[in-house]
Design a binder for this molecule. Sequence first.
Ligand SMILES: *Cc1c(COP(=O)(O)O)cnc(C)c1O
Length: 424
Amino acid sequence: MGKRSAELFERARRVIPGGVNSPVRAFKSVGGEPLFIARGSGASLWDVDGKEYVDYVGSWGPLILGHGHPEVLEAILRAAADGTSFGAPTEREVVFAELLCRGVPSMAKVRLVSSGTEATMSALRAARGFTGRDKVVKIDGGYHGHADCLLVDAGSGVATLGIPGSAGVTEGTAKDTLVVAWNDLAAMQQVVERGNVAAVIVEPVCGNMGCVPPRPGYLEGLREVTARHGTVLIFDEVMTGFRVAWGGAQARYGIVPDMTCLGKIVGGGLPAAAYGGRAEIMACIAPDGPVYQAGTLSGNPLAVAAGQKTLEILQRPGTYEQLEATGARLGEGLREVARFYGVPFFGTRVGAMFTGFFTDGEVWDYAGAKRSDTRRFAAWFAGMLERGIYLAPSQFEAGFVSLAHGDRAIDRTLDAARAVMKTL
Ligand SMILES: *Cc1c(COP(=O)(O)O)cnc(C)c1O
């Protein structure tokens, strides 16, 4: 923790709750204080004290091209020169919506919003409007943004801070949210069969309890039981969309959900997100139907330009092969280092997202993730940070590699990992 970061944190805490504009940024669970970032370029970022880090947070998912990709910057500047917001339809939004629906063919129609939270909240409202039912089912440790009804047993910062849910959520709201364990198909079948379930919302690869993939057959089972009961299956692909494959986890695993939420990557580092799905469901959205949802900055020209350019670059040949190879080199490298030094470690990875859980057991759900030794994680995190490797400051967050992470960045990371694992 450099001097300038420390000074800024002290000032920040006087005027911003906890000194941060999103809770996990505060480094609370790992001890210590957050770095203040001055700039980023490619796979690196620099703090205000001038120290360079290899970045595996990537702004928590959006930066699949790395920081400051020149073509994305140019697209943003060009869009800005024509005006930053109109609150009226633009050609760019149409082209972008067409691109999203081509990329995620389970979406016949898509509505643009400004954050993942808005996308999931709006998708649930649409599912309830469409089915006329009240209940929603979510996964224990699943995170879908901070809408009231989704803050029950949530992952990400809620898990990191170890709070059971959130104050300020009414009992009435919480009672319509049912929670089951990830990868437990029998439990899911039971709650859906009890009836009145408007929607099941899942991250098709969990990322907010750390990265925990679906077991073989689990997503197929979800699809089958929801279809049989007329329950809307929502894939929250805010993290996985265009990360684990072109078209997201649904393309990778070959499952067709009823609705999809996108965010992070589709905004190219600016605030854009989206929700979409089957034509009959999307026909419920105002002004076509009775489910209201709106946004002053929805479809913002700068955010759409950044998202469009990012997706255009991702469509070039070899991008996902490169992400897979980089992810594999890092993931397998970390596992090998842990094995060599006898550190209990369960490494998970799907494409360009990964987690290392400090536990002997396998991790297939949130209960398994929680068996990790978070004190050991904190020591790992601090050691890596000291050596210039910037990991997410929590055991319960996924790490991300980008197209900008080359062999040198990975080598540097594995060298640091050897030095740190030796001491754990
Ligand atoms: C990040 C995330 C969200 C919330 O998106 P925001 O843009 O932070 O509101 C929702 N769902 C998943 C799966 C996420 O990873």
